[in-house]
Design a protein around this ligand. Sequence first.
Ligand code: UDP
Length: 216
Amino acid sequence: SSSATVYGAPEKLPLTETHRVSPFNPYGVSKLAAENAITRWTDAAPERRAVLLRYFNPVGAHISGKIGENPKGRPNNLFPFISQVATGQQAELEIYGDDYDTPDGTGVRDYIHITDLVNGHIAGLAYAQNYKGSEIFNLGTGKGYSVYEVMRAFEAATGRCIPYRIKDRRPGDIAICYADAAKAKNQLGWTAKLGLEEMCCDGWRWQENQSGEAKK
Ligand code: UDP
């Protein structure tokens, strides 16, 4: 389980697996160190095999509403934060910059439904049965959405209004990041099937269950 964070600031979009790696935060550095350690391990003996999956922005929850992410304290990531604004646990969404070089000025990311990510792992495991060595795959949809687009989609899916305020850029944030998902499609036979609407609906089902549990 690696991360698109290993790429750092994109030199060229979409990001292919051959893009240079240059992580700028400790999380990305640790992911790259793990990739390197695993690759050395597979290189050291011919029968060893590994599939390195670079996640883009996994969001949403299982469709049952019973398995999801419940971050402690104030969530750092966009989706859990928006979910908590919708339930009233947070007063408003703080948008970290609306002056990026993107169509609407807010940051663009490749959000991927957690269920698609799970299926990417299953495809990766199947691939590793007939492969020797280490192979890297991006797990993303290949499509980017801005903060405003995510917010509007969440409002449409939930019928709740998301109050927001524009703040300064968050240090270390990049403007745009999205995957070239062709390698996973061609070699794993995997593509993301679920869209932004399912990410919002399923994430909201989980969040509502959490809020209900918290009130009990
Ligand atoms: N973001 C935001 N407000 C928040 C959290 C995130 O405006 O409370 C923006 C952030 O600047 C980025 C996008 O939403 O453009 C996704 O951020 P997230 O932390 O979820 O993912 P990452 O930046 O790690 O890709």
